[in-house]
Write a protein that binds this ligand. Structure first.
Ligand code: ATP
Ligand code: MG
Length: 557
């Protein structure tokens, strides 16, 4: 983000004013994932926003794992989240933080709250607690345990901590207002018993703080100035502020909310993404069809494109759904400008150039990128036999078909103009080979007889290429809103979201490059080697994205 290049979003305006008025003198933000799954495109937005705000205003951004729920969390997720943040192009300030780093402090502050008669141990079970809580239209009732003495509460809380009670037997609640219109203020629970081992603290604790109690205090301990979260937390803000005021925290953070990123044809719930993985609907969290950051990385999306997309979607309080084609647009923009060009034939059909000597080969040269001279030129071997795509040949066709037709000419990109003479067929009538002729002297020149080629097609020399597998992806869901209104998203999984092509032929020169290089395979789209399945023996390429947005449009031949 660069505040000089575009209007400020509302969070940037707030920060600018806070700096100008002296309300704060330095900016610190944080990205606070719970390590209970892999990050997805929605988290990318939060990462882009929090790290971007810090960059824009010369501040710092922390990475804090909000790890208050040991049963669902795992070290595997901690590592993947760190890798994803870095891959997106960001570096957190100092060490990684964990809310669990503050468990001692949070526990001590809870005792302070008890001592000042602002917290009590409540023995209502979950169901009773719900009953006592009331509804949006009805006030709740005070818990019968609300008036326990400070001494009794101290003793009971100590017993909770020491593991003397079963899970669910009691909980620590703050004493606020059971009639508050904001339900979050009706004596919320701040500690519950969970006899679970924690990925960071092991078996040290059997009581764990609630998100609401831990989050703001974590912000304050870290000196976070602007705690930016999504709109669901707007109603939690009064509670956030109550804690900041009633706990002796070392600084005064403020919470600001923006609307979460929702993308059509896409699911952004960690729980549902986990279900896709656990039930083997996809090939792991980094399946190239997944909206996870690791999936998008394996697919070949670029960090820049994802950051650009986040920027395009804006930062507001308006709820909405963004069209996934906007993300695809950002990827095409970046790759069109930055991907080296290469040729790969996806559905090979052999062309034999009957007037080209059998023992002759030549080397053609081609631009690495049509608009950029900082890309090295490519050398393309050429010989009597070449592969072209099956779709680029027809025995007969009307004028709209600008490819190879018997009796007509086409240019092999960066090489000769050729003219087709004959189609060779197998017993079933399938075309298995085309016989054609090169037109002399046409490398870089029009034919001397004035009969111009109908179009330009890509090709690969038959005597020098690398055979590969190509994976074409389509949207994972066919429904525009796969999980809206409680719909079962499994029902709209697109059965054609992965198409595997074998025996494709790619120009050999590309294997001298870094395996992370994304290419434009001319006329076919953008591709990257698959980090999971590709090997020297059998290269596998993922199609990052097609060249044009053709989704939902009729095939226009
Ligand atoms: P859940 O597991 O319920 O899906 P979550 O997606 O909120 O949870 P967290 O790990 O708590 O996961 O999220 C970390 C941060 O990312 C939070 O600050 C959260 O607000 C933000 N975030 C999550 N989803 C989105 C989204 N779709 N758009 C913007 N920010 C998001
Ligand atoms: Mg969350």
């Amino acid at each position: 983000m660069n505040e000089n290049e575009r209007p400020l979003n509302f969070v940037e305006k707030i920060i600018k004013e806070d700096l100008a008025s002296g309300k704060v003198d330095a900016i610190r933000t944080r990205f606070p994932p719970e390590p209970n799954g892999y990050l997805h495109i929605g988290h990318a937005k939060s990462i882009w926003l929090n790290f971007g705000l810090a960059q824009t205003f010369g501040g710092k951004c922390n990475l804090r794992f909000d790890d208050t729920n040991p049963e669902k969390e795992d070290e595997e997720y901690v590592e993947s989240i760190k890798a994803d943040v870095k891959w997106l192009g960001y570096q957190w300030d100092g060490d990684v933080h964990f809310t669990s780093d503050y468990f001692d402090q949070l526990h001590a502050w809870a005792i302070e709250l008890i001592k000042s008669d602002k917290a009590y141990v409540c023995d209502l079970n979950a169901e009773q607690m719900r009953e006592y809580r009331g509804t949006l239209t009805e006030a709740g009732k005070n818990s019968p345990y609300r008036e326990r003495s400070v001494e009794e509460n101290i003793e009971l809380f100590e017993k909770m901590r020491a593991g003397e009670f079963d899970e669910g037997a009691c909980a620590l609640r703050v004493k606020l207002d059971m009639a508050a219109p904001n339900m979050h203020l009706r004596d919320p629970v701040i500690y519950r018993i969970k006899k679970a081992s924690h990925h960071q603290t092991g078996d040290k604790w059997c009581i764990y703080p609630s998100y609401d109690y831990a989050h703001g205090q974590g912000d304050a301990i870290e000196g976070v100035s602007h705690s930016v979260c999504t709109l669901e937390f707007e109603e939690h803000r009064p509670l956030y502020n109550w804690f900041i005021k009633n706990v002796p925290v070392p600084s005064t953070p403020h919470q600001y909310e923006f609307s979460r990123l929702n993308v059509n044809y896409t699911i952004t719930s960690k729980r549902k993404l986990k279900q896709l993985v656990d039930e083997d609907h996809v090939d792991g969290w980094n399946d190239p069809r997944m909206p996870t950051i690791s999936g998008m990385r394996r697919r070949g999306f670029t960090p820049k494109a994802i950051r650009d997309f986040c920027e395009m979607t804006g930062v507001t309080k308006v709820k909405g759904v963004v069209d996934v084609s906007m993300l695809e647009f950002a990827i095409r923009e970046d790759l069109n400008a930055n991907a080296p060009r290469a040729m790969c034939v996806l559905h090979p059909l052999k062309v034999v150039l009957t007037n080209y000597p059998e023992d002759k080969t030549e080397t053609m040269t081609a631009a690495g990128h049509p608009q950029r001279d900082d890309f090295a030129e490519r050398s393309l071997p050429f010989g009597r036999e070449v592969w072209i795509d099956q779709d680029d040949f027809r025995e007969e066709a009307n004028k709209k078909y600008k490819r190879l037709v018997i009796g007509k000419r086409v240019r092999l990109r960066n090489a000769y103009v050729i003219e087709a003479d004959e189609a060779i067929k197998d017993e079933a009538g399938n075309i298995i080979e085309v016989r054609a002729r090169v037109i002399e002297n046409t490398v870089g020149n029009d034919p001397e007889d004035g009969v111009k080629p109908k179009g330009v097609i890509h090709w690969v020399a038959a005597h020098d290429n690398v055979e590969c597998e190509v994976r074409l992806y389509d949207r994972l869901f066919t429904d525009v809103a796969p999980d809206a209104g409680g719909k079962d998203f499994l029902e709209s999984i697109n059965p054609d979201s992965l198409e595997i092509l074998n025996g494709c032929k790619v120009e050999a020169g590309i294997f001298a490059n870094d395996p992370d290089t994304r290419y434009q395979f001319e006329r076919e789209g953008y591709f990257i080697e698959d980090s999971k399945y590709s090997s020297a023996e059998k290269p596998v390429f993922n199609r990052v994205i097609s060249l044009r947005d053709t989704w939902g449009k009729m095939d226009q031949g």
